[in-house]
Design a binder for this molecule. Structure first.
Ligand code: CTP
Ligand code: MG
Length: 238
């Protein structure tokens, strides 16, 4: 089946505390969003990319990112929404009804690797739903509302969830449509990943697929330092 990536680059990057959206912030001399787009462009797995960015930056991204770096797999650059979940929905509407698997990916994760994309593409063929993830190295606690420990989940059952999150297109479209109609605006704001949308609206099992610990999300200043360290030792992006 055809594999279409929806690349999300419509956030504000408020936790980065800089004066531009973090997808445009330069690391290693290139905008943060360049890196996953470059990997998808060179990938044997990804056939097409829908790029979702801030409404006011659509023209800039078309010219100064897609045309400039010759990302020919990017078929459309579209405007996102006020929350990540609405940006994904814009991407899904753009490919509505197409026979495909959809790889929903945060442009803030520059280090997604081809071998992880391959594992995801093989797994989605049989499961229709899988997400990139890594076993937690740290013990995780659930707290109560007063900040006291309530519960300790068994560490070997705790996974840190990443993107891409990969689904059969019609399955995830229906789940989003159902969730957006059934939930309040406040409930929708609590949706932090795409697997949650499927979990909320169906019993469909979602497979965890090991990715890499390097597939970090660049969120705050210290992540920039880590990302720059990864780039220095990496020959792929040079
Ligand atoms: N994103 C998006 N549309 C939004 C919000 C987020 O496309 N309305 C994208 C971001 O561009 C990012 C990814 O979703 O690639 C993950 O979000 P996050 O790391 O939270 O980025 P921001 O929302 O931009 O950052 P912050 O939460 O610190 O403001
Ligand atoms: Mg955010």
């Amino acid at each position: 089946m055809k594999n279409i990536a929806i690349v999300l680059a419509a956030g504000k990057g408020s936790r980065m505390e800089i004066n531009i959206e973090k997808q445009f912030m330069h690391i290693g001399g290139k905008p943060l969003m360049f890196y996953c787009l470059d990997t998808f462009e060179k990938s044997d797995v990804i056939d097409e990319v829908i790029l979702v960015t801030n409404k006011e930056h659509v023209d800039y991204v078309k010219k100064d990112v897609v045309e400039f770096f010759k990302f020919i797999k990017v078929s459309r650059v579209i405007a996102g929404g006020s929350e990540r979940v609405y940006s994904v929905w814009e991407g899904l509407k753009a490919i509505r009804g197409r026979e495909a698997n959809v790889f929903i990916h945060d442009s803030a994760r520059p280090f997604i690797r081809e071998d992880a994309l391959k594992r995801l593409s093989v797994t989605v063929e049989s499961t229709k739903a899988c997400v990139a993830a890594m076993p937690s190295k740290d013990t995780v606690k659930l707290s109560d509302e007063n900040g006291y420990i309530k519960e300790t989940p068994k560490r070997d059952k705790v996974w840190i969830i990443q993107t891409p999150q990969v689904f059969e297109n019609k399955l995830i479209y229906k789940a989003f449509e159902h969730m957006l109609a059934a939930k309040t605006k406040e409930e929708i704001k609590q949706v932090t990943d795409d697997a949650m949308v499927l979990e909320m609206s169906s019993e469909h099992p979602i497979k965890l697929v090991e990715s890499d610990y390097e597939n970090i999300k660049v969120t705050t200043g210290e992540d920039v330092k880590i990302a720059e360290t990864f780039l220095k030792k990496d020959t792929v992006f040079k």
